[in-house]
Design a protein around this ligand. Structure first.
Ligand SMILES: *[C@@H]1O[C@H](CO)[C@@H](O)[C@H](O)[C@H]1NC(C)=O
Ligand SMILES: *[C@@H]1O[C@H](CO)[C@@H](O)[C@H](O)[C@H]1NC(C)=O
Ligand SMILES: *[C@@H]1O[C@H](CO)[C@@H](O)[C@H](O)[C@H]1NC(C)=O
Ligand SMILES: *[C@@H]1O[C@H](CO)[C@@H](O)[C@H](O)[C@H]1NC(C)=O
Length: 440
C-alpha cells in the first residue's frame, strides 16, 4: 500500500459518517471555495479585457507619448496625450516599457481618426492649412461625405456633403480659393458632373459638367486660370480626350486629345508650365508612353518612352526640376524600377530602385527635398513599409513602418512640414485611421 493510497483510505474512512459539526465546516469550506473561484474569475476577466481588448489602444497612446517626449511637440499634443494616458493608467508597467522600447525610434504617430473609413477618396490641403477629404468608399458603399482635419487639434470634423456620391474622383485646389471635384463613380454610372466647395460658406454647389464621364482620370490647375482634365475611363471605355475648365465662367471646353487613351496614369506640371502625362493603362494594358501638353498652344506631343510600362504609379517634381516616377504595376507585376525625367532634354534615365516593389502607394516631397514613399501593395501583400529617396545619392532607404498597412490611402504635406496619411484599405477593411510622419 503506497502512502497516497493510505492517505486516501484514511480520508474516506474519516468522511464516511460525517458528524453535524463536520457538515457545518464543509458548508463553510464550499462557500469559501465559491468565493475564491468568483474572485479568480473576476481577476481573469479583468486581465483578459486589459490585455486582449485594450492592448491596441495602449499601444497608440504609448506611441504618442514617446513621440511627444522625444520631439517635445506643441502644448495641445502634450495635453491630449496626458488625458488619454490617464484613461488607460491601469496598464501594467511591463507592457508599457516594452512598447516604448520598440517604438522609440518611430517617426510615425497616430492622430485623430476620420468619422468615416474611406479608400479611393481625394484629399487636399486648403489655404487655411486644414485638410479636406472627399468621398471614396467604405467597403462597397460609395460616399458623398466630406471631412476637415485641423492640424492644431488633430481632429476630424464632418462638413456638408457633396451633392452626389463619388469614388475614384479628383479634387483640385483652384487659384480662386475654391475646391473643384470632378467625375468619379456613383452607384449606377460614371460621373460627368463636377462641383465646387466654397470654404467661406462651407457649401457645395454644382458647376458645369464635363463632356465625358470619367473615373481614374487626372486634374491639374494650370497657370492660366484653367483646370486640365485628362483621360480616365468613361462610358465609351479608355479616354484620350482632355478638357479645360475655366474657373471664372465654370464652363468646360474640349482641348486637343492625347495621343493615347489611358486611365490610372499620372499628370504633373513641370517648372516650365507644361504638363507631363506618364504611363497608365489602355486597351493594350500598361504603357511606357509619356506626352507633354503645352497650355499656350493647347497641343500634345509624345516625349520619350519610359523604360518600364506602368500604371497606378506616382510622379513627383523634385526640387532640382526633374520628375521622379515611382513603382506601379506592369505586365510582369509590381514595379520596383524608378525613373527620372529631365524636362530640359526631354529624356528618361533610371535611378535607384525601391527595396519593396509596390503600386497603389503614395509619394510626397518632404521639406528637405527627400521623397517619402508609403504603403501600397507588393509581393508580401498590403504593406506598412515606407522608404526615403535622397535625390543627391539617388538611393532609397527603408525607414520606420507606418502603424497600419494600407493601399489606396492619401498623403498630404501639412504647412508644419509633417506628412498626413489618411484612410485607405487593408484587404477587405477600409480604414478610418490616419497617421502623421515627423521628419527626424
Ligand atoms: C463630347 O463627347 C462625345 C463622345 O465622346 C463626342 O462625340 C463629342 O464630339 C464631344 N463634344 C465635344 C464638344 O467635345
Ligand atoms: C514608344 O513605344 C512605342 C511602343 O510601345 C513605340 O511605338 C514608339 O516608337 C516609342 N517611342 C519612342 C520615342 O521611342
Ligand atoms: C509592419 O508589417 C510587418 C509585417 O509585414 C510586421 O511584422 C511589423 O510589425 C509591422 N510594423 C508596424 C510598425 O506595425
Ligand atoms: C468592411 O468589411 C470588413 C470585412 O467584411 C469588416 O471587417 C469591416 O469591419 C468593414 N468595415 C467597415 C468600416 O464597415
Amino acid at each position: 500500500m503506497t502512502e497516497y493510497e493510505m492517505f486516501s483510505k484514511d480520508e474516506v474512512a474519516n468522511n464516511t459518517q460525517p458528524k453535524p459539526r463536520q457538515l457545518n465546516r464543509r458548508r463553510i469550506l464550499i462557500i469559501c471555495i465559491c468565493i475564491i473561484s468568483l474572485i479568480i474569475s473576476i481577476v481573469a476577466i479583468t486581465l483578459i479585457i486589459k490585455f486582449a481588448i485594450l492592448k491596441p489602444k495602449q499601444k497608440e497612446t504609448t506611441i504618442t507619448t514617446t513621440i511627444t517626449t522625444s520631439l517635445s511637440t506643441t502644448k495641445t499634443e502634450s495635453s491630449s496625450t496626458m488625458s488619454s494616458s490617464s484613461s488607460t493608467r491601469t496598464s501594467s508597467s511591463t507592457t508599457t516599457t516594452t512598447t516604448m522600447t520598440t517604438t522609440q525610434q518611430s517617426s510615425w504617430s497616430t492622430t485623430g481618426s476620420m468619422n468615416n473609413a474611406r479608400s479611393y477618396h481625394a484629399t487636399l490641403i486648403l489655404p487655411n492649412g486644414k485638410v479636406l477629404v472627399t468621398g471614396g468608399n467604405i467597403n462597397r458603399t460609395y460616399l458623398n461625405s466630406a471631412e476637415l482635419y485641423d492640424p492644431s487639434t488633430g481632429t476630424w470634423t464632418t462638413i456638408g456633403s457633396m451633392n452626389t456620391v463619388r469614388t475614384r474622383h479628383t479634387a483640385t485646389m483652384l487659384t480662386n480659393g475654391k475646391v473643384l471635384v470632378t467625375g468619379g463613380l456613383s452607384d449606377t454610372s460614371d460621373h460627368k458632373t463636377a462641383e465646387l466647395y466654397d470654404l467661406s460658406t462651407g457649401t457645395w454647389t454644382i458647376t458645369g459638367s464635363m463632356n465625358n464621364s470619367r473615373t481614374q482620370h487626372t486634374t491639374l490647375m494650370l497657370g492660366n486660370g484653367k483646370v486640365l482634365v485628362t483621360g480616365g475611363f468613361g462610358q465609351h471605355g479608355y479616354l484620350d480626350t482632355a478638357e479645360l475648365y475655366d474657373i471664372s465662367t465654370g464652363i468646360w471646353a474640349s482641348t486637343a486629345s492625347m495621343n493615347h487613351a489611358r486611365e490610372q496614369h499620372a499628370a504633373l506640371m513641370l517648372s516650365n508650365g507644361k504638363v507631363l502625362v506618364t504611363g497608365g493603362s489602355g486597351s493594350s494594358g500598361p504603357m511606357t508612353s509619356a506626352e507633354l501638353y503645352d497650355p499656350v498652344t493647347e497641343t500634345w506631343v509624345l516625349t520619350g518612352n519610359m523604360t518600364k510600362e506602368r500604371h497606378l504609379h506616382t510622379t513627383s517634381l523634385l526640387t532640382n526640376g526633374k520628375v521622379l516616377v515611382t513603382c506601379g504595376y506592369s505586365y510582369s507585376g509590381y514595379v520596383k524600377e524608378v525613373e527620372l525625367y529631365d524636362s530640359a532634354t526631354e529624356t528618361w534615365s533610371m535611378t535607384g530602385s525601391v527595396n519593396n516593389a509596390r503600386f497603389l502607394h503614395t509619394t510626397s516631397i518632404l521639406t528637405d527635398g527627400k521623397v517619402l514613399i508609403t504603403g501600397g501593395r507588393g509581393f508580401i501583400g498590403i504593406m506598412n513599409s515606407t522608404e526615403l529617396y535622397d535625390p543627391l545619392t539617388e538611393t532609397w532607404t527603408i525607414i520606420d513602418s507606418m502603424n497600419n498597412a494600407r493601399e489606396l490611402h492619401t498623403a498630404s504635406i501639412l504647412t508644419n512640414g509633417k506628412l498626413l496619411i489618411t484612410g485607405g484599405r487593408n484587404y477587405d477593411d477600409d480604414l478610418k485611421s490616419t497617421e502623421l510622419y515627423y521628419p527626424l
